[in-house]
Design a protein around this ligand. Structure first.
Ligand SMILES: Cc1cc2nc3c(=O)[nH]c(=O)nc-3n(C[C@H](O)[C@H](O)[C@H](O)COP(=O)(O)OP(=O)(O)OC[C@H]3O[C@@H](n4cnc5c(N)ncnc54)[C@H](O)[C@@H]3O)c2cc1C
Length: 393
């Protein structure tokens, strides 16, 4: 137990915060999670957990728990918005086939139970107002209470209180894209596959959840005006249906069932140049929010959680310092995270090719790649999905 008695405060009981809380507690740290909300609840939405994220859950002893609550993905099918399927990627060709579709609330429950089982204290209604790095870093709650610790982890998401303390203000910019997300009943009995329907200036991703009973849908449209960067904005389902009215019958069938939908403005943030300092560290979206086009935001938070625990543990077991461990954490994570974010930014453009011939050429290239050398297509993702951060320890 290399982190014995390391008094740690984690801000935020999201996926990153709960995962790092368990990772540190399993190594002996004394961990308290401070969450602003009155309950650990999640919006109704799905997540794809790729093999590199599953590797972390497994190493944290939560692999079987994830399997029990999710659908194992077997394929990803790409469709032209009017002309049907252009390419099918068989997830069975991945070296590691642990690719899962899970409801966010189910993953949060699994992580919260896992954290508590490891001795983590989760305190609700604790809104952090300020973080003060230092020899003994401290957090100040919105009710004025001050709490000192040896380590403070800011896993407080897009609107992190710690990020500007370490980096100053770097306001994000609107990407010109909005996303609707919703869950509908899987009445058509769609199998364990993700489908991406791509059209000019729009695309729609869908996959099954919860034993195949539900379908998770994320629909993205390019737009000049912007929506709030939050899940709380509701929208009229008719607006969504009108935006995808020229898509084929499969999409119309899914959207006909929508009776509640939320709208999300997609913003581009810089990866924080500074992730750590004065006994504090950023993790997950607080350090590196990503656009959803690689489905890797939560997975990167899981990888961060493992590496932070490992880096601290290595440093402290070799008579090193917390500061050295934190520096090693950023060093081990920054380049990989930046690469994922760059690919996600590029995908936004590829999905939305609006000039017909360009779209045709791109789809033909995809089709050719998929039929001639499907295995080679899949090995393109090895750097991402085939990398097990827990073996890098
Ligand atoms: C449309 C869409 C689809 C996506 N799909 C995928 C996917 O398929 N796979 C994937 O890996 N990722 C996906 N993502 C990304 C993923 O949702 C995020 O990257 C992930 O939730 C980040 O987790 P986090 O723990 O860093 O932050 P969050 O989940 O935002 O958690 C932050 C927590 O901190 C709390 N908090 C904030 N401020 C304070 C404060 N001051 N005091 C106390 N508590 C505070 C919040 O209440 C919250 O509980 C998607 C994102 C979008 C928008």
């Amino acid at each position: 137990m290399d982190l014995d008695d390391l008094k740690t405060l984690v801000i935020g009981a999201g996926i990153g915060g709960l995962a790092v809380a368990r990772a540190l507690a399993l190594r002996g740290a004394d961990v308290t999670v401070l969450e602003q909300a009155g309950e650990i609840a999640e919006v109704g939405a799905g997540l794809q957990i790729s093999p590199n994220g599953f590797a972390v859950l497994k190493a944290l002893g939560l692999g079987e728990g994830l399997r029990a609550t999710s659908v194992q993905g077997r394929a990803v099918a790409l469709h032209d918005y009017q002309h049907g399927e252009v390419l099918r990627l068989d997830l069975g060709l991945l070296e590691d086939q642990n690719y899962y579709f899970v409801h966010r609330a189910d993953l949060i429950d699994l992580l919260a139970d896992g954290a508590r089982d490891a001795g983590v204290k989760i305190r609700l209604l604790q809104k952090v107002d300020q973080v003060v790095p230092g020899e003994k870093p401290k957090v100040i709650l919105s009710n004025g209470t001050e709490i000192m610790a040896d380590l403070v982890v800011g896993a407080d998401g897009l609107h992190s209180r710690l990020r500007p303390v370490l980096n100053g203000d770097n306001p994000p910019f609107f990407t010109g894209q909005v996303a609707w997300r919703m869950i509908v009943p899987n009445d058509a009995g769609r199998g364990p596959e993700a489908h991406v329907h791509m059209g000019p200036h729009r695309h729609l991703v869908s996959y099954p959840l919860r034993g195949g009973r539900d379908l998770n849908i994320v629909a993205v449209q390019e737009r000049a005006d912007w929506a709030e960067e939050s899940w709380s904005q509701r929208d009229d389902p008719e607006t969504l249906r009108a935006a995808f009215a020229d898509f084929g019958p499969e999409v119309q069938g899914m959207l006909a069932k929508v009776d509640e939908v939320h709208l999300w403005g997609l913003f581009r943030h810089m990866v924080a140049p500074v992730w750590q300092g004065g006994g504090t560290a950023l993790l997950g979206d607080a350090a590196h929010p990503t656009l959803p086009f690689m489905a890797q935001g939560a997975v990167m938070a899981l990888e961060d959680a493992w590496v932070l625990g490992d880096a601290l543990s290595r440093s402290l077991s070799q008579q090193g310092t917390i500061a050295k461990g934190l520096a090693s954490y950023q060093h081990r994570r920054a380049a990989r995270v930046q690469r994922v974010i760059n690919v996600a930014n590029g995908n936004a453009r590829k999905y939305h090719l609006s000039f017909g011939p360009l779209r045709w050429a791109a789809h033909s290239a995809l089709r050719l790649g998929g039929s001639v050398a499907p295995k080679r297509m899949m090995t393109r993702f090895n750097w991402l999905y085939g990398y097990d951060v827990t073996r890098d320890s």
